[in-house]
Design a protein around this ligand. Structure first.
Ligand code: ADP
Length: 448
């Protein structure tokens, strides 16, 4: 059994994990950089250890310091949250070698899913539908032959890709040579590796992802989908569960495909299988082998605490639920509140002079922010997540409108006004949007 968890993260997710540990009667250790000494996760943890100066490389990404902090405090497990070391196979291996439980999948599974080509091949072998594309790497010499087979338009992607970099669309044969050569040079500059592969380019897809949890022994369940199509620069902004685009049959069908795949893989822990969805078809894009930012909307509609499940399966206790126990109830929406200018998205660190979080039925605020908190300029600008649940999508939207009016964060700029704007939009009200909708909408507002 796990008795003391070191939380190798900061901000709202460190607090999220801490809350789950407290509920399970597990002691907590916070780690922090010198810039985060006053952070809420540090204040609420049973113990805390300073692991270095503000830059992440020297603190939250410093494996040596984190392992030392485990040894000093006697922590027998580490929860990595999301970002930072959460998808670092080496970190999982090092913890293993020290006899410390990594609350996450095996290093092998992290590695397979961390490489675009092996992830896609593995997904296909497991019966998950993938985007039609090349068999592995594409070279300039065979690009035309491969593209003709797939059919234009095609997308050239970096095998080492991430954050949407090193991706280029070729609409027709005439664009192909240039698309391949720019994708290769961008990939080389960004990742030090110029290998690229090719996929069919989908024009107006939605981003729909399936939440899974496995026990590592061949049992796994799915917890339905999240629609994360509203994105800016590949960053999710607003997420909802269920997707306005799917019906019950579609949900249970793709969910079962993913759960079965995870059983075959003997996957351990929480994971998310991401798809593009167009014309009724799902196309695998990647799998995240960790807890995701938007996991609370799944918790809202299922009532299942995903961090409790992560801790259970990491300690070998198995899942607390079977597929038949999982009932989807109502609708949930998450708004990511960033300390950013709502028009330009320029970060806005500084001191929060007033903070009032909304409340009432169906409202959850996950945030480490408080009145007087000084947001350091060194990290991600996510300062909180607002999650609203209702019996129907309409009720959820009505509640969200009320809750947004109640939320007060003064002293810095936040993206709250963006959501107040979106909640009044007809396309959003209709659930009628694809992955390009938000960018187009923001561009049309700047032009006006
Ligand atoms: P990265 O790891 O760089 O984020 P992904 O494979 O996750 O790369 O793709 C990032 C984004 O690019 C997706 O969320 C989607 O918006 C777009 N994209 C990826 N593959 C395709 C495709 N075949 N057709 C259209 N858009 C795609």
């Amino acid at each position: 059994m796990i008795s003391k968890v070191l939380i190798a993260n900061r901000g709202e997710i460190a607090l999220r994990v801490l809350r789950a540990c407290k509920e399970l009667g597990i002691a907590t250790v916070a780690v922090h950089s010198t810039a985060d000494a006053d952070a809420m996760h540090v204040r609420l943890a049973d113990e805390s250890v300073c692991i270095g100066p503000p830059p992440s490389r020297e603190s939250y990404l410093n494996i040596h310091q984190i392992v030392a902090a485990c040894e000093i405090t006697g922590a027998d497990a580490v929860h990595p949250g999301y970002g930072f070391l959460s998808e670092n196979a080496k970190f999982a291996e090092i913890l293993d070698a020290h006899g410390i439980t990594f609350i996450g999948p095996t290093a092998e599974h992290i590695r397979i899913m961390g490489d675009k080509i092996t992830a896609k091949q593995t997904a296909q072998e497991l019966g998950i539908p993938v985007v039609p594309g090349s068999d592995g790497e594409v070279k300039p010499e065979n690009a035309l032959e491969v593209a003709r087979k797939i059919g234009f338009p095609v997308l050239i992607k970096a095998t080492a890709g991430g954050g949407g970099r090193g991706m280029k669309v070729a609409k027709s044969e005439a664009d192909l040579e240039e698309a391949v050569s720019t994708a290769r040079s961008e990939a080389l500059a960004a990742f030090g590796n110029d290998a690229v592969y090719m996929e069919k380019y989908l024009g107006k897809p939605r981003h729909i992802e399936i939440q899974v949890v496995g026990d590592g022994m061949g049992n796994a369940v799915h917890l339905g989908e999240r629609d994360c199509s509203l994105q800016r620069r590949h960053q999710k902004v607003w997420e909802e569960a269920n997707s306005p685009a799917l019906n019950v049959e579609q949900r249970m069908k793709i969910g079962q495909v993913c759960a079965d795949a995870m059983k075959k893989l003997k996957y351990r822990g929480a994971g998310t299988i991401e798809f593009l969805y167009e014309n009724g078809e799902f196309y695998f894009i990647e799998m995240n082998t960790r807890l995701q930012v938007e996991h609370p909307i799944t918790e809202a509609i299922t009532g299942i605490d995903l961090v409790h499940e992560q801790i259970r399966v990491a300690s070998g206790a198995g899942l607390s639920v079977s597929q038949e126990d999982i009932v989807f109830s109502g609708h949930a929406i998450e708004c990511r509140i960033n300390a950013e200018d709502p028009r330009t998205f320029v970060p806005s660190p500084g001191t929060i002079t007033h903070f009032h979080a909304p409340g009432g039925l169906g409202v959850r605020v996950d945030s480490g922010a408080y009145q007087g908190y000084k947001i350091p300029p060194y990290y991600d600008s996510l300062i909180g997540k607002l999650i609203v649940h209702g019996r129907t999508r309409v009720e959820c939207m009505m509640r969200l409108r009320r809750v947004l009016d109640e939320f007060v964060i003064d002293g810095i700029k936040t993206t709250l006004p963006l959501f107040q704007d979106l909640i009044g939009n007809q396309d959003i009200a209709n659930g009628d949007y694809d992955i390009h909708w938000l960018e187009n909408y923001l561009a049309s507002k700047t032009d006006a």
